[in-house]
Write a protein that binds this ligand. Structure first.
Ligand code: CP
Length: 326
């Protein structure tokens, strides 16, 4: 997969993935996002408005369902003063067979400046950035199993704000369906770039990608061993469509073997953070008492998502202006 084009260490051009970005670039996003947060009490009004995207048009192209990403992008765009357009894919001419390329050219003719795209096909955002729309900044809102870079950055912002320790000293466990997870891939890459040395993935063998060890992570098939002394536990959604398949015999069996329960959380460091990107299956990958417990920062992640998306949009627009010499 191609790397996103770089402008310099504090600007981005497109935001396709976190791979290939430097620690300075990731920290620029985190620090800019942190600057929008006034008091992280979990309410959206703890985020400052800005006029950085005034006069610019952002189009949200969600070819796949979303609650958090789509909504927080829209909130972020409006807080930056942008003109916002949400393409209603189900009612668009893609349903009449129009190609993605033609759809994008038509939207480009309507003077868009940024496309935020989510698609079930890995590589869609990269295709748009390199072959379709050279004058528009492309931000990946999640593509297939490949990447979910703004989710990774809101996870990093949440860890930065809540863990009270430098990244280099943290032990982070990612638990669940690693194999089919774009969040796991993007989180692992961002954690490594930010200097986390102890990254653990915990899953049954059937839900681990082949060669995962090459990513520089420790692999555990036993959650009770994997979570010991961790500072951060990131649960991942078990995709319901896989339950009942040879990959996963039953929901109750999975919860028994891999669910994040109070007993397992007690094996981690005291005050370890509990995170989950959502959507969450309570009683499958996580117990409700843990998801809603004192150590959970799951709703803070959602709130931080607005700030991170504001930062990425603003930096991408700055990068775009630099590239054009404006
Ligand atoms: N975390 C996440 O991507 O959630 P949505 O699918 O609701 O956007």
């Amino acid at each position: 997969m191609a790397k996103p084009a770089k402008v310099d260490d504090s600007h981005i051009r497109h935001f396709i993935g976190v791979e290939g970005l430097t620690k300075a670039q990731l920290m620029a996003i985190i620090e800019k996002a942190n600057g929008y947060l006034t008091d992280n009490d979990g309410r959206p009004n703890s985020i400052k408005n800005s006029n950085e995207l005034e006069g610019y048009t952002v189009m949200n192209l969600f070819f796949e369902n979303s609650t958090r990403t789509r909504t927080t992008f829209e909130v972020a765009e409006k807080r930056l003063g942008a003109n916002v357009l949400n393409l209603d894919i189900a009612r668009s001419s893609t349903s009449k067979g129009e190609s993605l390329r033609d759809t994008l050219w038509n939207l480009e003719a309507m003077t868009a400046d940024i496309f935020v795209v989510r698609h079930s096909a890995s590589g869609t955002a990269h295709f748009m950035a390199t072959e379709v729309t050279p004058n528009i900044a492309i931000i990946n809102g999640g593509d297939g199993w490949h990447a979910h870079p703004t989710q990774a950055m809101l996870d990093m912002l949440t860890i930065y704000r809540e863990a009270k320790k430098p990244f280099e000293e943290l032990s982070v466990a990612i638990i669940g369906d690693i194999k089919h997870s774009r969040v796991a891939r993007s989180d692992i890459s961002a954690l490594q770039t930010l200097g986390v040395k102890d990254i653990r993935v915990i899953a049954p063998k059937t839900l681990l990608p082949k060669g995962i060890e090459r990513y520089g992570v420790q692999v555990f098939n036993d959650i009770d061993k994997g979570v010991v002394d961790c500072d951060v536990l990131i649960g991942l959604r078990i995709q319901n469509e896989r339950i009942g398949s040879p990959l996963l015999p039953s929901t109750s069996e999975y919860f028994k073997m891999y669910g994040i329960t109070p007993e397992r959380l007690a094996l981690a460091k005291p005050n370890a953070l509990v995170m989950h990107p959502g959507p969450m299956n309570r009683g499958v990958e996580i117990a409700s008492s843990v998801a809603d417990g004192e150590q959970s920062v799951i709703l803070k992640q959602v709130n931080n998502g607005i700030a991170v998306r504001m930062a990425v949009l603003a930096l991408a627009m700055e990068g775009q202006r630099k590239m054009k010499g404006i």
